[in-house]
Write a protein that binds this ligand. Structure first.
Ligand code: CU
Length: 504
């Protein structure tokens, strides 16, 4: 298979867009975010003139003295947004559908795929206030607005301003994917793993000897000349048949020699989980392929967030200066050259869930979490939901580039399809340059078609068709003969009788 490389980017007034950078000195995209939408409404800003197209904005009308629950959904495909309301604090009360102990803050960061519920107390003077969503780009100012409108206020646009954070009265942001804002921003970060589950009865799954497995999954862009999105260096390619109906007939396995510690391969990467196991997944973003924070989204489960490990930063500028040291990327090369395809804990005593500072009593539960560049997230699930589940970066460009994996869970516990249930198989020609051919054992479903019973059934049907055709031809021949006799005959004298009518 040949790969086509895409030169992407954009120009504005003949000026090429620069790669947007995040506050921690890492990257976002070559693609410029011109605007954003809140409930489908937003404005196009001309960055040169600092003017907009005057499009209408979403207005949320509130009554002074009441409290309102806003359910914020990150439906974007790339940029995270910082959400705030001028003149108001927000109280974070839920994430990805799970209640958390209320956390008062000035703003919350929402990544693609995440959901946060916040309470806004309409306790300010009657008026109009900007609701702001702003990307975390350090070299651009991209924002979108909506309006918090108090009943009784004028129908004019707000004149409110964003709160000024000071050294003595710092602002607080929930769900940062780095540790520090630049020093002069006077802003503190509260990472999502420091939120607490509201319930006391939903503790982290336990480590049970013999029923505990741990995986290290590096979501990154490792490689040298070829650096696709990948998980552990495996660039995901979709199976050409339905994974759930053909669990043992999957093409593009990852067991070929192209997948290795310092190699990049293309395959349908999957984890095979055993039913009932406690599965600890350590999401990484390390090695030569780091540089972008990834919001990782899991289908079929919600995971317990036990710990987040961040990179090392300059606490004055907030920029990253090194990876987290808890992870050993291995690969037999210098750490910054390692693809980190086969990572483990730097401290070998941390295996079997024996990691310090895990939140086990009230861990927040989520299905999407940001994995910081140079950092990691420790998550756990119980493999109690048989199925074939997709897990991927929620930045579409990254997922489409191959940053995805299948969780292949407990085939023995799948309900069997009805007998003779039609199953689609792949019509795609096998491509030996991509992968090895599946083992014969894995092809049993295809071979099922060629049983002796099926052979005799098909042979019988074929014989019946031949006999039927012979009978039809014979009948037709006989009919033709019986019709021709009166119409075409000769008398003994050799005179031709043209037909029955000739006698009349
Ligand atoms: Cu990503």
């Amino acid at each position: 298979m040949e790969d086509a490389r895409m030169v992407f980017g954009g120009y504005d007034n003949r000026e090429k867009f620069q790669v947007s950078r995040s506050l921690d000195g890492q990257y976002f995209s070559l693609l410029k975010a011109h605007s954003g939408l809140i409930n489908g409404k937003g404005r196009f800003w001309d960055s040169h003139k600092n003017t907009h197209n005057e499009a209408p904005l979403e207005i949320f009308t509130v009554k002074q003295g009441n409290k309102y629950r806003f359910r914020i959904i990150g439906v974007g495909a790339l940029y995270p947004w910082t959400i705030s309301v001028d003149g108001h604090k927000i109280t974070v009360v839920a994430s990805d559908g799970f209640d958390v102990e209320p956390q008062i803050a000035d703003s919350v960061i929402i990544n693609a795929g995440e959901r946060y519920d916040v309470i806004i107390d309409a306790d300010q003077p009657i008026g109009n206030y900007w609701i702001r969503a702003k990307t975390l780009e350090s070299n651009r100012n991209t924002s979108v607005e909506a309006i918090l409108h108090y009943q009784g206020a004028s129908d004019t646009e707000p004149l409110s301003t964003h709160r000024t954070c000071t050294d003595t009265d710092k602002c607080l942001v929930v769900n940062c994917f780095f540790t520090y804002y630049p020093q002069n921003d006077f802003t503190l970060c509260l990472p999502v793993d420091k939120l607490k589950h509201k319930s006391d009865n939903d503790q982290a799954p336990k480590v049970i000897q013999g029923k505990f497995t741990e995986y290290f999954l590096n979501f990154a862009f490792p490689g040298k000349s070829f650096t696709p999105g990948s998980v552990n260096g495996r660039r995901f390619i979709s199976p050409t048949k339905i994974a759930l109906a053909n669990p043992k007939d999957m093409d593009y396995p990852c067991d070929n020699t192209e997948c290795d510690e310092q190699k990049i391969c293309t395959c349908t990467y999957s984890l095979n989980l055993k039913h009932g196991d406690t599965v600890q997944m350590v999401f990484l973003n390390m090695g030569s392929g780091k540089g972008w924070a990834h919001p990782i989204h899991m289908h079929g489960h919600t995971f317990y967030v036990l710990k987040m490990g961040y990179a090392q930063y300059d606490n004055r500028t907030g920029e990253m200066i090194g990876e987290n040291k808890d992870i050993d990327c291995r690969g037999g090369v210098a750490k910054n050259e390692s693809f980190c395809n086969d990572a483990t804990w730097s401290n070998s005593s941390w295996v079997n869930g024996n990691i310090p500072d895990l939140e086990l009593k009230k861990p927040v539960r989520k299905d999407t979490i940001i994995v910081p560049s140079g950092g990691y997230v420790v998550t756990r699930i119980v493999a109690d939901n048989p199925g074939v589940w997709f897990m991927h970066c929620h930045i579409e460009l990254h997922a489409n580039d191959g940053m995805a994996i299948i969780i292949n869970e407990s085939h023995a516990n799948h309900p069997s399809p009805p007998q003779n249930f039609p199953r689609c198989h792949s019509f795609q020609e096998y491509d030996s340059t991509i992968t090895q051919r599946p083992e014969d054992d894995d092809l049993f479903e295809i071979n099922d078609l060629y049983t002796e019973r099926n052979f005799w059934i098909m042979f019988g049907v074929l014989c019946a068709v031949i006999v039927l055709q012979f009978i039809i031809i014979l009948c037709k021949f006989c009919c033709e003969r019986s019709k021709d006799k009166p119409e075409k005959s000769y008398d003994f004298n050799g005179h031709f009788n043209s037909g029955f009518n000739s006698k009349t």
